[in-house]
Design a protein around this ligand. Structure first.
Ligand code: HSC
Ligand code: NAD
Length: 718
């Protein structure tokens, strides 16, 4: 795990633990023995620590967390480096993160190639640096930078790290050769004063001011997360306590966080995000299917979604033909793209160069002839099957045979769309979430005839445009919207029965959702849900009237329609479920007029308002979604609960510190979840989403651990 060699007067400790050289037990042992050996070796006058392969150690081995810890601990290895009688040089390439950066900060010198990145991402795992990072970084960079870096987990490029004082020298050429030269040069220099432990924290007397500014910021930016606050507290202690006391404080906070449910959930989410990249479908998988190259693209429809999708493609440097049905819509799409780009530059999310390059890559057009040679097309026209089929039939005729044809439909079965083409194997769903340029989920959907090659192409595209792609099998509503349907319907039923929109939103926001469901409805537009309901009714061969209490055999609530009838479409009209300060305003306040609409709706239908507890609000929304999640698993719409959880985290901003709805269910206990679903099936009998799922029942009865659920899914499918 750590190869020891001597080159002239320099010992080289080469960490060899692919893929990221994580500092697992064997690596820690290897580093310890390597340092001890180097210190004793009479040929050796300095020591290099370097990573083999793609990176310097990218941190502790996360898979070891939660298991009994084995000595030597990382701090002990660090102390050995710190007190070594010979200077130790960390030679950095790739990602020097977490425990890796701590090892580098224990070393006497740090050199790095310019492409390297350093950082403390522990916070994203619900933790803080536990081997002195919070005590040593501030001694180098000062308190504000250390507080910001550690509480954000941001990766800092080598040049910036040099400005901060973290890196001593940026080097070029072969890293090992340069490091050997550097290590020889430092042999003659005194190096005891290079030890950070003896440095004082700059401006330590201003710690109160810095800490309170940092705390205000992190509480706002990372609302609900425990670790960022603890990160600031740990760095704060580097200025307020002695080094030894600070180390103890850091360790206590680390252990405290490690035992919290948040850390467990965030670490689960880390691995879940990687698990979903290992996709499988009938006939192929990530291992067997090769993506086709995507060098040019087209987006059909330049509305809300089409424009946002174009921004994603352009920002990744892909040329985009933007095709519309007329000049007016085309120009408004171009304007929207320009304004999104300008906004992103202003927020620092996109560089000026990227925005300038994007402008040159955008090719607005009204002609299908222009797109005949593109590698991939994404359709984002109205959510109407007939229109989509017409577009796909044209694409089929005009696009080159190898082109992948994607649809951004949010609900329609891919098979119904691909049937309009002679190449259903090339048709695939690429479902972006609004706003497309911001939300990270890309729900990729395969139909019965979609080829693994087409899927491999859109999974890769997702990565290229910086999204988190999740693969699902086609069905009405796919994974995310199918689960969101009961979640969102229950919210409105709760108001129908007696809760206020504010009470429902509060429960959701207290749980960690960034916005309650009624604020979301106001944001996306009450007119949109009104239209969707009409489309659903049309498909079912019926229509919605004031008397409608059931739709497709399921409970239906017409409250949304009453708001629509009053012209209250949400933010866009300045009022909806809430009142806003102006048309397009963002500050939602309770509105007596909205309350009046709700009251008269109840009266007209003879509903007696009742008091609903926060617990019931929570359970009815989240448990109905979880029940649907198990149905999705049982039907094989996805292969593992991780796909559901990642979809919620990146599609609906579900709080990562709770892991995702399926992980959360496992933490509550499936038997309890199942019992409550049975209870609501009895008390709210008119919705199919309360029919207790069989897979859930089976897993609950057999007390199957979360990690085994996926095995039962495939068995239940057979
Ligand atoms: C008081 C007690 C003392 C405690 C001491 C605490 C020490 C310290 O402060 C705590 C830490 O360091 S916390 C750690 C702080 N460090 C971090 O949080 C860094 C976390 N890692 C990353 O951010 C990314 O992996 C990189 C940016 C490094 C590479 O990105 P990329 O090139 O896109 O690659 P990729 O696809 O992402 O990963 C490839 C494979 O490697 C796997 N794996 C990765 N890291 C792992 C780890 N640390 N471990 C295990 N496995 C890890 C990953 O699962 C995947 O496996 P798969 O089986 O093939 O699926
Ligand atoms: N809005 C959302 O929140 C959201 C989220 C995910 C997916 N979607 C899906 O994305 C698609 C587009 O939704 P939207 O909200 O962007 O709609 P939109 O009404 O904002 O835009 C649709 C655009 O398509 C254009 N168009 C219609 N027919 C066309 C044709 N034949 N050729 C070229 N252009 C045509 C229209 O002129 C319009 O500009 C729908 O399928 C929708 O279900 C929407």
């Amino acid at each position: 795990m750590v190869d020891y060699s001597v080159n002239g007067s320099v010992a080289v400790l080469m960490v060899n633990n692919p893929p990221v050289n994580a500092l697992g037990h064997a690596v820690r042992v290897g580093l310890k023995t390597g340092i001890e050996r180097g210190a004793k070796d009479s040929r050796v006058r300095s020591i290099i620590i370097i990573g083999k392969g793609q990176t310097f150690p990218a941190g502790a081995d996360i898979r070891e967390f939660g298991k009994p810890s084995k000595e030597p601990w990382l701090t002990a290895v660090g102390n050995l480096i710190k007190t070594c009688s010979k200077p130790v040089v960390a030679a950095i390439h790739g990602t020097c993160l977490g425990g890796g950066l701590e090892i580098a900060l224990f070393s006497h010198y740090r050199i790095a190639v310019s492409s390297a990145r350093v950082g403390f991402p522990e916070v994203t795992l619900g933790l803080l640096p536990g081997a002195g990072g919070s005590q040593r970084l501030s001694r180098l960079t000062g308190l504000p930078v250390a507080m910001e870096m550690i509480s954000s987990g941001r990766h800092v490029p080598a040049r910036k790290a040099k400005e901060y004082g973290i890196i001593d020298e940026i080097v070029s050429g072969d890293l090992l050769k340069t490091a050997l030269k550097f290590a020889q040069e430092v042999q003659s220099r005194p190096f005891k004063d290079r030890c950070l432990r003896y440095k004082v924290v700059p401006n330590a007397d201003r710690v109160e001011e810095y800490a309170s500014a940092a705390l205000t910021q992190v509480k706002k930016k990372y609302k609900g997360f425990e670790a960022p606050v603890a990160c600031v507290q740990a760095v704060r202690s580097s200025a307020e306590l002695s080094y030894e006391e600070g180390m103890k404080r850091e360790r206590d906070l680390f252990l405290q966080l490690g035992q919290s449910g948040q850390a467990k959930a965030q670490q689960y989410a880390f691995f879940a995000e990687r698990a979903v990249t290992k996709w499988q479908m009938p006939g192929g998988s990530y291992k067997t299917a090769k993506p086709l190259p995507v060098r040019s693209t087209a987006v059909i429809g330049a509305g809300t979604m089409g424009s946002g999708i174009a921004v994603c493609l352009l920002s990744a440097g892909l040329p985009v033909y933007l095709l519309e049905q007329n000049e007016k819509f085309l120009q408004s799409g171009v304007k929207l793209i320009e304004s999104i780009m300008a906004g992103s530059v202003k927020l620092g999310k996109v560089s000026m160069e990227t925005a300038k390059r994007a402008a040159t890559l955008l090719k607005p057009t009204l002609s299908y002839d222009d797109i005949k040679d593109v590698d991939l097309v994404i359709e984002a026209v109205f959510e109407n099957l007939d229109i989509k089929k017409e577009v796909f039939s044209k694409l089929d005729k005009i696009c080159k045979p190898s082109a992948i044809l994607c649809t951004n439909t949010s609900t329609i079965d891919i098979n119904r769309i691909s049937s309009a083409t002679s190449r259903p194997e090339k048709v695939v769903g690429t479902h972006f979430f609004a706003p497309a340029y911001h939300m990270k989920l890309l729900e990729n959907i395969y139909g019965t005839k979609t080829s693994p090659e087409a899927v491999a192409t859109v999974m890769k595209l997702g990565k290229t445009i910086n999204k988190v792609p999740v693969l699902v099998k086609s069905c009405h509503g796919f994974l995310a919207n199918r689960m969101n349907a009961p979640f969102s319907s229950e919210a409105i039923f709760l108001v129908e029965e007696g809760a206020s929109p504010q009470e429902v939103d509060q429960v959701n926001e207290d749980f960690g959702m960034p916005m309650g469901p009624f604020k979301v409805r106001d944001l996306s537009g009450i007119d949109i849900s009104w239209r969707i309901n009409r489309e659903v009714a049309k498909v079912l061969g019926t229509s919605i009237t004031k008397e409608t209490r059931f739709l497709g055999g399921n409970r239906y609530c017409g409250l949304n329609d009453d708001f629509y009838d009053k012209g209250r479409y949400g933010r866009k009209t300045g009022k909806g479920w809430y009142l806003y300060e102006k048309v397009g305003g963002k500050t939602a306040v309770a509105d007596p007029e909205a309350e009046e609409i709700i009251n008269s709706y109840r009266q007209s239908r003879g509903i007696v308002k009742r008091k609903i507890t926060p617990q019931e609000i929570f359970e009815r929304q989240f448990y109905s979604a979880i029940n649907e999640g198990f149905r999705i698993l049982e039907e094989g719409i996805c292969n593992m609960p991780e796909e559901i959880d990642i979809s919620w985290i990146y599609g609906f901003s579900y709080p990562k510190y709770r892991g995702g709805p399926m992980f959360y269910a496992s933490q509550i206990g499936l038997q309890r979840v199942y019992d409550r679903i049975c209870h609501y099936h009895e008390t709210c009998p008119y919705s199919i989403h309360w029919v207790p799922n069989r897979l859930l029942k089976k897993l609950a009865e057999n007390n199957v651990p979360f990690t085994q659920w996926a095995n039962h899914v495939s068995k239940s499918k057979m």
